[in-house]
Design a protein around this ligand. Structure first.
Ligand code: PAF
Length: 272
């Protein structure tokens, strides 16, 4: 398996693969790969003949007080995991290659990006959409896979791909969870043992709301409260616990009776 740093080399490799009749698959990541990423790569390999994994800690999607500087960087291990899962190429550019001197252009995102993380991480989705548009431009026609763990991100990327007429099929892949239900995440390695224990409250809250929904409760406020209660006991602070329309990612207010499909999403701070 190859690793390239130069955007032009990535474009050449993908063009050559397509010229040879291959379908190209893309798994964009920020590295610190884990089993959730391996699942994305394997799902890409089922749909495509030539799978590219990109590893780039994208500066424009981090706020000034976020973890850009300390985000885990584990490129050698990432390369091994990507290879074992079926990737043909790893692309790991430096920031200057993705944001050339004089860079000033951004993808403007809309309503899908406004609520939930859009409120708590201003500029985050603009940074995500911008880097993903650049990766799509380099890779060209392909199938691109994203985890449903970052559900709002997935919807923002789907919207952008439709709006900008990009030749990419976007596929969302189910969240991979630990045995106790916590979603796998590169950032879980920040959790102290106590914070990791507290994080169990997230799947507990989600499961309580889901059980209530199964029992017939449809009031958004009641479902949200059921989810929030165990989380409020464990978390240092809660960014949000929201129930939203699963396509537009617009939250339902407390009195709304939610439809058969609804998104229940939480963002919580534990420890650091
Ligand atoms: O989900 C991520 O890892 C990142 O937000 C992405 C999609 C690779 C863009 O930097």
């Amino acid at each position: 398996m190859d690793r390239v740093h130069d955007p032009a080399e990535l474009r050449r490799a993908c063009d050559a693969a397509r010229a040879g009749g291959a379908r190209v698959g893309l798994v964009p990541t920020m590295g610190a790969l884990h089993e959730g990423h391996a699942t994305l790569v394997r799902a890409a390999a089922e749909r495509a003949d030539f799978v590219v994994v990109t590893v780039f800690v994208n500066p424009t999607q981090f706020g000034p007080n976020e973890d850009f500087a300390r985000y885990p960087r584990t490129l050698e291990a990432d390369q091994s995991l990507a290879r074992a899962a079926g990737a043909a190429l790893v692309f790991s550019p430096d920031a200057a290659a993705m944001y050339p001197p004089g860079d000033e252009t951004r993808v403007r995102v809309g309503e899908t990006a406004a609520a939930l993380c859009g409120v708590h991480r201003p500029g985050h989705f603009e940074g995500v959409a911008t880097i993903v548009a650049k990766l799509f431009a380099l890779v060209g026609p392909c199938v691109a896979l994203f985890g449903r763990k970052d559900y709002q991100q997935l919807k923002v990327i789907e919207r952008m791909t439709t709006d900008l007429l990009l030749p990419v099929e976007v596929v969302g892949v189910a969240t991979v969870r630990e045995a106790d239900g916590l979603a796998l995440s590169s950032r879980n390695r920040y959790l102290s043992p106590a914070a990791r224990e507290g994080a169990r409250a997230i799947p507990t809250g989600l499961a309580r709301a889901a059980a209530l929904f199964q029992s017939g409760e449809r009031r958004a406020g009641a479902l949200r409260s059921a989810c929030r209660a165990p989380i409020a006991e464990a978390a240092d602070s809660i960014d949000y616990v929201e129930i939203a329309d699963p396509e537009r990612v617009v939250p339902f207010d407390d009195e709304t009776l939610v439809p058969e499909r609804a998104l229940l999403a939480v963002a919580v701070r534990l420890g650091g």
